[in-house]
Design a protein around this ligand. Structure first.
Ligand SMILES: [Zn+2]
Length: 288
């Protein structure tokens, strides 16, 4: 499932590939891709618009359009956003495609069909607006702080952990309303790096642990971007290439293997329905 580094990789590539291109057509091969809008209505809002910039908000790819709107793409489990410079779309998992006036196209492939596209006001995507907004659009409502932004400070993290005091730290880091973009893989890797057990109560972290966690979240996300994201099953970048971050995992999917720091066997548990990996020696359940 694409997380912040995978989506950032795609967005950075698309920035160099689609900016300046004007939409000539939009086709949907799966009616729920554009829900709640019918594809025809969706197409009429896209056609003739020029892409001015490509970015990311949380786990969403954001294609900014001239005129103040943005096309946002949620890849969910298995979505892929692929740029092609010819009109072939032979992939049977293609659910929608955007064609440009120069004949190039952007394909949205998605085996499991959970991915979605929406057109929203760009103003709605600005970080920090959620407190002032009464309602959000379904895809991206109530997105929290960007962990690689300047606003994400040790102080911010300490205050959030205190406010959510009783919540277990692992599922809390996955809560997109607090921190946007962290998913299961980078959550697990960050907690290992910070030497914090996944079930620790958020409010029980010491100031030193909060500082370590802050550093670890940013470190693993930046590393993920540097390695082009992690490809386990479906993720490929906008050129169709796999990422390399999966080779860098320290504990994720490494049950039974020695902890790279202390040598103790990594264990797998399930926390909040998600498979979790940690080192029982480096990440103690309760503070000694
Ligand atoms: Zn260890």
């Amino acid at each position: 499932m694409p997380e912040l580094p995978e989506v950032e990789t795609i967005a950075r590539q698309l920035q160099g590939l689609v900016v300046g291109r004007t939409v000539a057509g939009f086709s949907s091969l799966w009616h729920r891709v554009t829900e709640p809008l019918p594809a025809k209505h969706f197409a009429s809002r896209l056609i003739g618009r020029r892409i001015t910039s490509v970015g990311r908000r949380g786990k969403f790819v954001v294609l900014e359009l001239d005129g103040g709107e943005a096309l946002i793409v949620s890849l969910r489990m298995t979505g892929q956003l692929l740029f092609r410079d010819d009109a072939a779309h032979e992939d049977r998992f293609v659910r929608a495609f955007v064609t440009f006036e120069d004949g190039t196209l952007l394909r949205f492939a998605d085996t499991r069909k959970f991915g979605r596209m929406q057109i929203v006001d760009r103003a709605d995507l600005v970080e920090g607006l959620r407190e002032r907004r009464a309602v959000g659009t379904p895809l991206h409502s109530s997105l929290g702080i960007e962990p690689l932004s300047r606003r994400f400070t040790v102080r911010w993290l300490a205050a959030m952990l205190k406010r959510r005091g009783r919540a277990a730290i692992k599922p809390l880091l996955l809560d997109q309303r607090e921190i946007a973009g962290v998913g299961n893989i980078y959550d697990i890797e960050a907690l290992w790096r910070a030497r914090i057990h996944p079930l620790r109560a958020a409010g029980s972290l010491t100031p030193a642990e909060v500082r370590r966690l802050h550093e670890a979240i940013r470190w693993v996300l930046k590393k993920g971007i540097r390695y082009g994201g992690a490809s386990r099953r479906d993720y490929v970048d906008a050129r169709g290439n796999s990422g390399r971050m999966q080779r860098e995992f320290q504990v994720y999917d490494r049950a039974g293997e020695p902890c790279p720091r202390c040598g103790r066997a990594i264990v797998r548990t399930v926390v909040g329905g998600r498979g979790t990996f940690h080192c029982p020696r480096c990440q103690r359940a309760a503070r000694a």
